[in-house]
Design a protein around this ligand. Structure first.
Ligand SMILES: [Zn+2]
Length: 384
């Protein structure tokens, strides 16, 4: 017994002395990773850092490049030269300038405007430096194209906007087989939009068409630009309890959540803005100056009534595909459901953290059944 005790003590001392012998880490921040995400109108570059940093930026005109100098920083990633497959950027370079200075160069295909900001550590994310290189003309074109849809649509046509949750830096919930919520909901969203567009009386669009992040308010803005008659945000639930499973439907509440579980879920979905990296650049979600608050409140309560009706029908239909987590819709303060003039629901298709549900979410036959159900419910809701 005693000799074992001595062995443990001496082992402990050896480990302790080894940790003292380790060279002290270099002072300042270390760059540990570089990622990029391509959206139709911008490219987002994300730099992972071990500490907060100071930086200086400037845009070079010819050739078009974005330069950023980081002080008190060293490179600890192999991604020093990174080719970018993207419509806006060709390459990302990290150059050690000596004296703990690092230069980041973003090689652009054409002149772009830049929006740079930092994000503090959150959950498993470290300090992040984010650079959005924006094609302002393309951004404007996208908005105009969306706004045109409601003007050119034939009379009686209903517009549905499907919002695949999360994206880019925000993977959403992750399953035991590493299935990411952001990927599953994008795939399902594409399928629903495809099905909906088979109906002559419906035009359906996605808020995001790839693996990039849109702030929650930005998703509402897109739906409003399209003049949506219905907005559906698609998600896959996550829980620490691997046994939790089933589908659920959520609506907005302006006065507290149905219960603690609904509140926790809304809080979790709302942190998407922090994980995905909503910039400080305000989303132009301007209130129409012609609308009085009274009219806005009336519109909101009408949209909410419509949302409840849609949610009830959807629950009835969805239970033929997957067991329900709750028999009725739940309510909480979801940012993404706050459009005052569009009936909006959030659907948790299944629990990605449950082995069986994750398997189902990946199965084409389940995806087909689920998307067909959504299509049928939407048609029923519009009386088509
Ligand atoms: Zn989600």
């Amino acid at each position: 017994m005693e000799s074992n005790f001595l062995k443990i003590i001496s082992l402990f001392l050896i480990i302790l002395s080894i940790s003292f012998l380790q060279p002290s880490p270099a002072l300042g921040a270390r760059i540990t990773d570089v990622r990029y995400w391509s959206a139709p109108d911008h490219t987002r570059i994300v730099i992972d850092l071990t500490e907060p940093i100071q930086y200086e930026t400037f845009l070079q005109e010819n050739p078009p490049q974005f330069h950023l100098e980081l002080k008190g920083t060293s490179i600890h990633t192999s991604k020093k030269e990174m080719d970018v497959k993207d419509p806006l950027v060709t390459k990302i370079s990290l150059i050690e300038l000596g004296k703990n200075k690092v230069k980041l160069i973003l090689h652009q295909k054409r002149a772009l405007s830049a929006n740079t900001f930092t994000l503090k550590p959150y959950q498993d994310k470290s300090h992040r430096l984010v650079i959005d290189l924006i094609d302002v003309a393309q951004e404007k074109k996208e908005i105009e194209e969306r706004q045109k849809q409601k003007e050119i649509k034939p009379k009686g046509t209903k517009i549905v906007v499907i919002d695949p949750g999360h994206g880019g830096e925000d993977p959403g919930a992750i399953g035991p087989q590493k299935t990411m919520e952001k990927d599953i909901v994008l795939k399902m969203g594409e399928k629903v939009v495809h099905l909906l567009n088979q109906n002559k009386e419906i035009q359906a669009f996605l808020t995001r068409k790839g693996d990039y992040f849109i702030p929650l308010e930005g998703r509402i803005k897109i739906a409003r630009e399209y003049g949506a008659d219905l907005f559906i945000s698609l998600h896959a639930d996550g829980s620490f309890n691997p046994k939790a499973r089933g589908s659920s439907v959520y609506c907005l509440s302006l006065s507290g959540a149905t219960d603690e579980a609904a509140k926790i879920l809304a809080d979790k979905e709302n942190t998407s803005n922090i994980l995905g990296g909503a910039s400080l650049r305000p989303v132009a979600f301007a209130k129409d100056p012609n609308l009085s608050q009274i009219l806005l409140d009336l519109m909101q309560s009408n949209s909410m009534k419509e949302s409840f009706q849609f949610a009830e029908t959807l629950l009835e239909d969805i239970q033929t595909v997957n067991p329900l987590k709750y028999p009725s819709y739940r309510q909480a303060n979801f940012i993404v459901l706050k459009a005052p003039d569009i009936p909006s629901v959030l659907v948790e298709l299944a629990f990605i953290t449950n082995r069986e549900d994750e398997r189902l979410l990946n199965r084409p036959d389940f995806q087909e059944k689920m998307t067909k159900t959504l299509n049928a419910t939407i048609k029923k809701y519009f009386g088509l």
